[in-house]
Ligand binder design. Structure first.
Ligand code: ADP
Ligand code: MG
Length: 345
C-alpha cells in the first residue's frame, strides 16, 4: 500500500466499498443460491425451502448512544434490525446468534437489561437464541446479531425482480425514526449543559418510539400472503427511502418515478421536522432506521392492496433510460440521490 495509492474510504461510501472488497469473490457451492447483494443470503435447505441468513454489527457511538438508548431497547432493536432483513426476503425468522464485545465500564446488570430486550424480541417474533460469542472491548459496546430464517422456494423475493410499470409500495410511515432522533439529540445537549433539567419528551412518544423501539414488518409479510400478493422485488428501509429505491432499481435494472405528495409521513413527524427546520420529505427520503418494507407489485395486484391501511403506493418503476426521479409538489422532477447514512463521511 504505497502512499500514491491511498484511497479515502469517504470517496467510495459504504456500498462502493462493499462492491470493491467483494467483487472478486465467486460462489463455489451449489448450496449458495444467492450470496452477497441482497438483504439476506439465500441457501439451499430442502426440496421446498431456502434458508436465509443476515448479519449486522452495531457500534456504540455510531449506531446507538447509551445516553438516551436504554439497554433493554438496545437489545430489542439489535434483534429487530436483523429480523427486518429476513422479512425483506419474504421470509420467516427462526433463530439468532448474538455476539458482544463489552468493556468493564458496564455492570452485569446493564448487560442483563440488554438481554431482557433480546428475550422480549425473541418472544415477540417467535425466534430462538442459539449462540453467539462474548469478548472484551477497549472502551465501547459492540453488538453483532445474525438472523436465520426460512422461506418457501417459490415465495422468496429478491431486490432484483422489479419490471417497468410495477407499482412501488411502502409500508407504514417514513421519517419518524429520524425525527425522533432529532428530539433525543436535542435533549441530550440540554442535559449536557445542565444535568438538573429533566428531558422534555412530552408529545414526542410516537417518533421517539420509532427511533428506540422499531419493529420488523413480519405482519406485512403475513398480510401479503393472505391477499395472495407476491412482490416482484423487496428491501427493508434501513437507510432512507431514496437509497432503498436506488437499490431496487440497480438490482432490477429499472428506473423509478416516486411522488413527493404520496409519501406516507405521520403528522408527528412533519410537525417535529418543521420545528427542527427540516423538510419532512427529506426526513422520509434520507432519514433511515424506519425498518418499513419497500416493495414492488405487478399492476394487476393493485386492487388487492388498494386502500390497505398498512401500504401506500408511492410511484412506479420505469425503464432505466427514464432515470430515477422524485416528482415534487410543483410537478418538477428531482433526481433521486442516496444521502442516507454514509458512515465514512
Ligand atoms: P442491509 O442494509 O440490508 O443490512 P447491507 O447494505 O449492509 O445490507 O449489505 C449489502 C450486501 O453486502 C449484503 O449482501 C451483505 O451481506 C453484504 N456485505 C456487507 N458488508 C460486507 C462485507 N464486509 N463482506 C462481505 N459482504 C458484505
Ligand atoms: Mg436490508
Amino acid at each position: 500500500m504505497s502512499e500514491q495509492r491511498r484511497t479515502e474510504l469517504g470517496n467510495l461510501g459504504e456500498f462502493g466499498l462493499i462492491d470493491k472488497l467483494t467483487g472478486a469473490f465467486v460462489n463455489r457451492n451449489a448450496g449458495t443460491v444467492k450470496g452477497i447483494g441482497d438483504d439476506a443470503a439465500v441457501l439451499y435447505r430442502d426440496a421446498e425451502h431456502y434458508t436465509l441468513i443476515s448479519t449486522d454489527l452495531l457500534i456504540e457511538g455510531v449506531h446507538f448512544n447509551l445516553m438516551y438508548m436504554p439497554f433493554k431497547h438496545l437489545g430489542y432493536k439489535s434483534v429487530v434490525v436483523n429480523l427486518s432483513d429476513i422479512v425483506a426476503m419474504n421470509g420467516t425468522p427462526e433463530q439468532i446468534t448474538v455476539s458482544l464485545a463489552v468493556s468493564n465500564r458496564f455492570p452485569v446488570e446493564a448487560l442483563e437489561e440488554l438481554y431482557d430486550g433480546i428475550r422480549l424480541a425473541c418472544e415477540h417474533y417467535g425466534v430462538d437464541l442459539i449462540g453467539g460469542d462474548t469478548t472484551s472491548s477497549g472502551s465501547g459496546l459492540l453488538i453483532s446479531v445474525t438472523a436465520i430464517g426460512v422461506v418457501k422456494k417459490d415465495k422468496v423475493v429478491y431486490r432484483s425482480g422489479a419490471k417497468p410499470n410495477d407499482l412501488i409500495v411502502v409500508t407504514g410511515d417514513l421519517g419518524g425514526a429520524y425525527a425522533g432522533l432529532q428530539v433525543l439529540e436535542r435533549e441530550k445537549e440540554v442535559f449536557r449543559a445542565n444535568p438538573d433539567i429533566q428531558p422534555d419528551l412530552d408529545g414526542f412518544d410516537y417518533i421517539i418510539g420509532r427511533q428506540l423501539k422499531p419493529e420488523a414488518r413480519k405482519d406485512v409479510i403475513d398480510f401479503l400472503a393472505e391477499l395472495d400478493v407476491l412482490p416482484t422485488s423487496m428491501i427493508d428501509v434501513s437507510d432512507g427511502l431514496a437509497s432503498e429505491v436506488l437499490h431496487l432499481c440497480k438490482a432490477s435494472g429499472t428506473g423509478a418515478m416516486i411522488y413527493n405528495a404520496k409519501l406516507p409521513i405521520d403528522t408527528n413527524t412533519s410537525t417535529t421536522a418543521i420545528d427542527f427546520n427540516l423538510d419532512p420529505v427529506t426526513c422520509a427520503l434520507n432519514g433511515g432506521e424506519d425498518y418499513e418494507l419497500l416493495f414492488t407489485v405487478d399492476q394487476q395486484d393493485f386492487d388487492k392492496i388498494k386502500g390497505n391501511p398498512h401500504m401506500t403506493v408511492i410511484g412506479y418503476m420505469t425503464t432505466p433510460e427514464q432515470g430515477k426521479y422524485l416528482v415534487d409538489s410543483n410537478d418538477s422532477l428531482i433526481e433521486l440521490k442516496a444521502q442516507g447514512w454514509n458512515h465514512f463521511s
